[in-house]
Ligand binder design. Structure first.
Ligand code: BG6
Length: 464
């Protein structure tokens, strides 16, 4: 009798996700144009943990062959990467950088040679600086330039890449850039946030339109962080608070991406507050006609909310916190090394929601992982990071994914965040997530962690 208790369907995708800025390094090499992170670091290095910027992140640009062997050694049959827009098209529009074409061709070919399916994402928080100067997602010119960039990428790589994604977590640059100050433009402006969110959504639909015009035989989707929004209680005021949070942070991209329309309650709220973006003729048709084939779902922790207990300060800038308060649920399980809640059932709730309310669209878990600050303390005498906590984290989430599959969820795979320790936006190398450790302050050498070895068995057994 097999001792595999949780067996996954044949052909399940076991993989991990990375993003270009976070692993490539070579930020100003071989013709790459700067993106907002290169620019911001130059302006304000002290905003970045330990003053470490994006210039030298893990050196995948040089080490991709070695890294693809490590993908094999850690059981990957699929790998989610992103293309750096400003590497491929240094000014955001116009001339294509041949060195970048060569690099991404080599990476894609090497993956395929090793039987690892590339899942390619076009945008992971890395606005080219030239496009930022045009207004970033506030600008329709940038929407057009992005669709052109997508089209170039499909032409160059679409013969081999069969899984495309327009954006990763599009709500994050919106909320962090326009509400909570950890992405550029580092401002608090709800109206601009709405405009940026609307334009990002439109850009996704326009990219999908371009993809379909080319009749390529692949699938195209979007990757969303569908953070479940749990109310403190079943009291109507708490329920209302959680519904609003769900509309603002989840359904704002989920509904137009999958159903082609914005949710009524969200539109009413934005209208009532006077923040409607300018919508041009044809925009809503473009969104309606270009829904996704496949959905990537990122999940880390839930959002717990309650009704507002105090009247919002009328003089404070308008932010979503006007509609709800965060609820610190007693007894919730915390990741002691990163300060985030661990609630594995959240992943099941998302999958069941997608099954019941979004036509059970084909989906996969595109990020799930556990960050650890100061992970060096778990190094054992053989020089291996002994990360049993991460293995437990994955198992807990996989049990719930398994349960969702038993109940009919159309989830096709699991990608952890992340393959190797990587640089993360303002947090730089503070939190480590990798299956593989990287000597980030030394020679960037790689060592597979205990979780990486476990992941190989998981993939070989298609279960655990
Ligand atoms: C995810 C992002 O939401 O969170 C990643 O897609 C990011 O790009 C990850 O690295 C972890 O973030 P942090 O701040 O814990 O390093």
């Amino acid at each position: 009798m097999s001792d595999i208790q949780y067996k996954f369907p044949e052909g399940f995708w076991w993989g991990s996700a990375v993003s270009a800025t976070q692993i490539e390094g070579a930020a100003d090499i071989d013709g790459k144009g700067p993106n907002v992170w290169d620019y911001w670091f130059e302006q304000e290095p002290n905003r970045f943990f330990d003053g470490v910027g994006p210039a030298n992140t893990s050196q995948f640009y040089y080490k991709y062959k070695e890294d693809i062997q490590l993908l094999k050694e850690t059981g990957h049959n699929s790998f989610r990467m992103s293309i750096s827009w400003s590497r491929l098209i240094p000014n955001g529009r116009g001339e294509v950088n041949q060195k970048a074409v060569d690099f991404y061709n080599q990476v894609i070919d090497e993956l395929l040679l090793n039987n690892i399916e590339p899942f390619v994402n076009l945008y992971h928080f890395d606005m080219p600086q030239a496009m930022y100067e045009l207004g970033g997602w506030e600008s329709r010119e940038v929407v057009a330039a992005y669709a052109e960039y997508a089209s170039v990428a499909f032409d160059l790589f679409g013969d081999r890449v069969k899984k495309w994604f327009t954006h990763n977590e599009p709500i994050v640059p919106v909320e962090m850039g326009y509400l909570y100050g950890s992405h550029l433009p580092d401002t608090v402006d709800f109206h601009k946030a709405v405009i940026a969110a609307y334009h990002t959504m439109l850009s996704s639909a326009k990219a999908i339109e371009k993809y379909r015009e080319k009749n390529l035989d692949g699938k195209i989707g979007i990757i969303l962080n569908l953070t479940p929004s749990y109310p403190r209680s079943q009291h109507p005021a708490d329920l209302k608070a959680s519904t609003i949070a769900d509309a603002l942070f989840n359904r704002v991209f989920l509904d137009p991406s999958v159903k082609g329309i914005y949710p009524d309650d969200l539109v009413e709220l934005i209208k009532a507050e006077g923040f409607m973006p300018h919508i041009e003729a044809g925009d809503l048709d473009t969104i309606f006609n270009n829904t996704v084939d496949i959905l990537g779902i990122n999940y880390y922790q839930p959002r717990r909310v309650k009704a507002k207990e105090n009247m919002p300060n009328p003089y404070a800038p308008f932010t979503p916190d006007r509609f709800f308060d965060y609820y610190d649920m007693p007894g919730k399980k915390m990741n002691p090394y990163r300060g985030w809640e661990i609630y594995a059932k959240g992943i099941y709730d998302i999958l069941i929601n997608v099954k019941e309310n979004y036509g059970n669209i084909e989906c996969f878990i595109s990020e799930n992982g556990m960050g650890v600050e100061g992970e060096g303390r778990f190094l054992d005498e053989n020089g291996v990071i002994n990360d049993d906590y991460r293995i437990d984290f994955y198992k807990d989430h996989l049990k719930w994914i398994h349960q969702a599959i038993q109940e009919g969820s159309n989830v096709k795979g699991y990608h952890v965040w992340t393959f190797m320790d990587n640089w993360s936006w303002l947090n730089a190398y503070k939190n480590r997530y990798g299956l593989v450790a990287v000597d980030v302050h030394g020679d960037n050498s790689r060592t597979i962690k205990k979780s990486g070895k476990w992941y190989k068995q998981l993939s070989d057994n298609n279960g655990f």
